[in-house]
Design a protein around this ligand. Structure first.
Ligand SMILES: Cc1ncc(COP(=O)(O)O)c(C=O)c1O
Length: 485
């Protein structure tokens, strides 16, 4: 580890720990430190640089969290393995044309075996405090085993913790009695769709964003409301004027005002109020999918619709899928005061029961109470903000391709001039073992809607992300050049 890699400059405005992290990270990205190389012990590096050992420990810890280093007890710390060219070469080659012409996949289907997963929806679990995680499950397992089914709206303790979490994370004031535990957003949407069938004579009609979240749209189509009505979105989110113009008015609308999925707009407060006025006047239910509101990178978070709602029309749907992991299958919804909606939801849950095992609910309550979730969100937010900068740097200045939608969350949108170009880029990258999604798959009106890619930056390590983005850039530039010749 010689040369300028780790020079500590006492006149540098950056804190010492930051200089250590930046220097090591640069060394790994430049290839001066290679996968498998042992880095010096914290003690010897601290002595060599004349810094406190705790600073080196903290720097290694941060780099391990970002995926650059591997820390193992009793063994030297090493540079983490990178995705190698040979791995990609082992993949069966499939023609770009063939792949581009294949029927489009659901962007949320389980990933095929790929070296680099850049489809959206996957968070990083690297920062999770595993000790707190295990302690929560141990504590949950210590309870005497009850002989009855969990309450249909969820464990009382978890409902208290979720209400508390929402107060801190979202500034939303709600009572534990308003909280219904769900097995994630898809379950919440299915529950509300079934409740609409209880409430509405005939076929409920649900307005959905176009483009929008395909899984939720299909859950509505299959499970409860048979008809979905697409509403266009613009740079700010759903077009409320277009929604108001639909006749007859839909019975519900499903929206992502915090960070429109997938395009990334944030609905201004005036439009939120207009949306709620429309709902109050028409008696529609507003389903607010608040899926990644904990991760806002630019501008302060705006109040949830549920905080602004005076007429009792807005249901907030939240999930621990982005905050922790989708593997948990845990989320919640917050019901407004409307008694008819509450009793419809209760009627459905009475028959179907709460799908989340009692022990998982107790463990989640423990985890929230321990403060580990709050700490995790703070650490993950810093990581995602850093990765977002990596995305902006890697994709800046490509003529004809515009990175957008990056003000919050864990994904970016790269707008492209045509669907055919996107399809070819997706196919080219798939051949290289990199999975990305095409905007076409999010369209609520087949064949219509903006063209481009969606790139999730939550789950890969920083190193993998930088490598993958270089290939994304190369693929986009190659296909853009081919499209004009
Ligand atoms: C728009 C949107 N809402 C919600 C979720 C979370 O869904 P679930 O809680 O069912 O895992 C996701 C995950 O990808 C999403 O993209």
């Amino acid at each position: 580890m010689d040369g300028p890699l780790l020079v500590i400059d006492r006149d540098d405005a950056r804190p010492l720990g930051q200089q250590l992290v930046d220097g090591l990270r640069r060394g790994i990205l430049d290839g001066r430190l290679r996968a498998g190389d042992a880095v010096p012990s914290t003690r010897s590096l601290a002595d060599e640089l004349g810094v406190a050992r705790s600073s080196v420990v903290a720097a290694y810890d941060q780099l391990a969290g970002e995926g650059y280093l591997e820390l193992r007890q009793g063994a030297p710390t090493r540079v983490a393995p990178l995705v190698r060219a040979e791995e990609r070469a082992q993949r069966a080659p499939v023609g770009i044309e063939e792949r581009a012409q294949r029927a489009s996949r659901d962007p949320h289907d389980p990933p095929e075996a790929t070296a680099l997963e850049l489809r959206p929806g996957l968070p990083s679990t690297a920062r999770l405090d595993e000790r707190a995680w295990r302690a929560a499950w141990r504590a949950a397992a210590k309870h005497t085993v009850p002989g009855d089914i969990p309450p249909v709206f969820g464990s009382p303790r978890l409902r208290v913790e979720v209400a508390d979490h929402l107060r801190h994370a979202r500034g939303l004031s709600c009572s534990p009695d308003d909280v219904v535990v769900t097995a994630g957003t898809s379950d919440a949407v299915a529950l509300l769709a079934s409740a609409l069938r209880v409430l509405v004579d005939g076929t409920p009609r649900v307005a959905v964003e176009h483009p929008g979240y395909p899984s939720a749209r299909r859950v509505v189509q299959r499970r409860g409301a048979l008809e979905t009505v697409p509403v266009p979105v613009d740079a700010d989110g759903i077009d409320v004027a277009a929604l108001r113009g639909i006749r007859p008015a839909p019975h519900a609308v499903m929206v992502t005002p915090h960070h429109q999925y997938p395009l990334g707009g944030r609905l201004p407060v005036a439009a939120r109020l207009e949306l709620l006025e429309w709902a109050a006047a028409s008696g529609a239910v507003v389903i607010e999918d608040d899926y990644d509101s904990e991760f806002r990178h630019v501008g302060a978070p705006l109040p949830a619709l549920a905080s602004l709602d005076r007429a009792g029309r807005a249901v907030l749907v939240g999930s621990f899928s982005k905050v922790l992991t989708p593997w948990l299958r845990l989320g919640y919804l917050v019901l407004p005061a409307d008694p008819a909606l509450r009793s419809a939801v209760a009627a459905v849950r009475d028959d179907e029961t709460c799908p989340v095992p009692g022990i998982a609910q107790e463990a989640m309550a423990e985890l929230l109470a321990s403060g580990a979730v709050r700490r995790h969100i703070a650490a993950a937010r810093r990581d995602y903000a850093h990765r977002r900068r990596l995305v902006l740097e890697a994709l800046a200045g490509i003529r004809g391709a515009d990175p957008t939608g990056l003000d919050g969350g864990l994904h970016a949108v790269l707008r492209l001039p045509a669907h055919q170009v996107s399809a070819r880029v997706v196919a080219r990258l798939a051949d290289e073992g990199i999975a990305v999604s095409s905007l076409a798959d999010y369209s609520a009106v087949p064949g219509e809607g903006p063209a481009g890619l969606i790139l999730g930056y939550g789950s890969p390590t920083d190193v993998q992300l930088v490598q993958a983005l270089a290939r994304v850039r190369a693929a986009v530039e190659a296909e853009l050049a081919a499209s004009v010749t």
